[in-house]
Write a protein that binds this ligand. Structure first.
Ligand code: GLU
Length: 481
């Protein structure tokens, strides 16, 4: 049975590149009726961030990547948090010490620094020469030590990667990596092998940064008599031709994009296409379509550049098709942020906005009219807005019909858009004006904004009669003064 895993280090956020790795591992497992596992790689305790595991778990949940085994879910191969597996690694490290595939190293930081200063590019295997007795004595004396992998000095190793083909590395280019640190914790270089084997991982899908060190891991698999997994290394997502997308440059975290108002699945859909090609021109794909279409031979050898404009476009397609209630609840945090004092029918606001926003944070600009001119107005009413070149309107025209506008609003069935529009048409006829002239003046008088998500009738429905009339009266006072 296919078993894949996502093995993030808990850094406090889920990088969009990490999410894509998780997605491919998930899709591959699901496509083959297999299992997708979450493993937390937290053996570098210096990098530990409080709450970081929950961040990952919640992000995967929002993205719809539900894991079959892992923290909080359990499974037969737990614990799934590496810091809770210390004894397991030590057991195998001892086995490697006995077989000579690993050795204890007592070299101090100072000695290693001197070695590097004098030009060494890798550890010189000095402690490999220590006798078993000496090692025992020094451990008994309480000297700190690490356990290093004993990599052959000559020869080379070739393995097959599903994306990059055959990879050959000379052993002389590999360092005797530390497997177990002096605090007893394993390094990634050791733990990934032990865990991938014990967790039955069949396909190891991870970042390309591990491509050239994989021969070291293969030596460990061989030394322990274990079968190697199939390797699938992925190119990074790039910001531009030469830079990786990175958290340091701003918004590379999944949460950052959610906060900007991208829908989780739009992000997932977009990043699925960054590095994988479904071999037809389809771009909008549901999770079940992605699962059905995903295959390793569609993975690209070249890296892809992240294009937020494209993701925005994809997001706008999803925004338009989600149910009204779903849009409304997704919009709510943005209303709380930008329309807290608006006192309007928010459900109706959602109805007006859903066809008009591409990402939810567009709500800020699209609701500017609610802040531009209101009880707690932040900016004074801008009378130049009455001037419209196309309709040849101005404040004087507004002044000449403001009383009728107020009357129409007072008598309006506010939920009946057509009756309000009919009344405005009748006003145009009565005053020998064009319909557009009246509609323009009416909408500006109501909102004090050039752009609104709907016409005057919609704005009256949104505000409700009382508020609409109050707004118009306020404009009349200013026009008359
Ligand atoms: N913990 C590693 C990382 O976050 C995962 C590498 C892997 O998938 O094996 O880079």
């Amino acid at each position: 049975m296919v078993r894949t895993r996502f093995a993030p280090s808990p850094t406090g956020y889920l990088h969009i590149g990490g999410l894509r790795t998780a997605l491919y591992a998930y899709l591959f497992a699901k496509k083959h009726g297999g299992k997708f596992i979450l493993r937390i790689e937290d053996t570098d305790q210096n990098r530990e961030v409080a709450g970081a595991v929950d961040v990952i778990i919640q992000a995967l949940d929002k993205a719809g990547l539900h894991y079959d085994e892992g923290p909080g879910v359990g499974g037969d191969c737990g614990p799934y948090i590496q810091s809770q597996r210390k004894d397991i690694y030590l057991k195998y490290a001892r086995q490697l010490l006995e077989s000579g595939d690993a050795y204890c190293c007592f070299c101090t930081k100072e000695r290693l620094e001197d070695m590097h200063k004098s030009g060494a590019t890798k550890y010189d295997k000095r402690c490999l020469a220590l006798s078993a007795q000496e090692v025992q004595d020094r451990i008994a004396r309480g000297e700190p030590y690490v356990i290093r992998q004993n990599i052959p000095s000559v020869g080379s190793s070739t393995y097959h990667d599903e994306v990059f083909g055959d990879i050959t590395v000379d052993y002389k280019d590999l360092e005797d990596n530390i497997l177990i640190k002096s605090d007893g914790m394993p390094t990634y270089n050791f733990a990934n092998v032990i865990d991938d084997h014990l967790m039955g991982i069949t396909h190891c899908i991870r970042g390309v940064e591990y491509l050239m060190s994989t021969p070291k891991y293969n030596l460990l698999y061989d030394a322990l008599g274990w079968e190697r997994p199939v390797y699938v290394h992925l190119q990074p997502i790039m910001r531009d031709a030469t830079h990786k997308l990175s958290k340091r440059d701003g918004d590379a975290g999944f949460e950052d994009f959610l906060n900007k108002g991208f829908l989780p699945h739009a992000i997932v859909n977009y990043i699925a296409l960054l590095g994988w090609n479904p071999k037809d021109n389809r771009e909008k794909l549901s999770m079940s379509e992605l699962t059905e279409l995903f295959s390793i031979d569609g993975l690209q050898k070249s890296s892809s550049i992240f294009d937020e404009t494209k993701m925005r476009w994809l997001n706008s397609l999803y925004i338009k098709e989600i149910a009204a209630a779903e849009f409304h609840s997704a919009a709510m945090p943005f209303y709380e942020k930008y329309c807290a004092d608006a006192n309007v029918d928010l459900e109706y606001l959602s109805e007006l906005l859903q066809p008009r926003v591409e990402i939810l944070s567009d709500i800020k600009d699209k609701t500017e009219f609610l802040r531009a001119f209101d009880d707690g107005a932040q900016t004074p009413f801008d009378f130049s807005l009455f001037e419209n070149k196309k309709w040849k309107t101005d404040a004087a025209l507004a002044k000449s019909i403001i009383d009728e506008c107020i009357e129409i609003t007072e008598n309006a069935e506010v939920d009946d858009l057509e009756s309000v529009n009919a009344a405005l048409n009748a006003l145009a006829e009565k005053k020998s004006l064009k319909k557009g002239q009246v509609l323009w003046v009416y909408r500006i008088a109501l909102t004090g904004a050039a752009a609104t998500p709907g016409g005057g009738a919609e704005m009256v429905k949104l505000f409700g009669k009382e508020k609409a009339v109050a707004r118009l009266r306020k404009v009349k006072t200013i026009l008359d003064s």
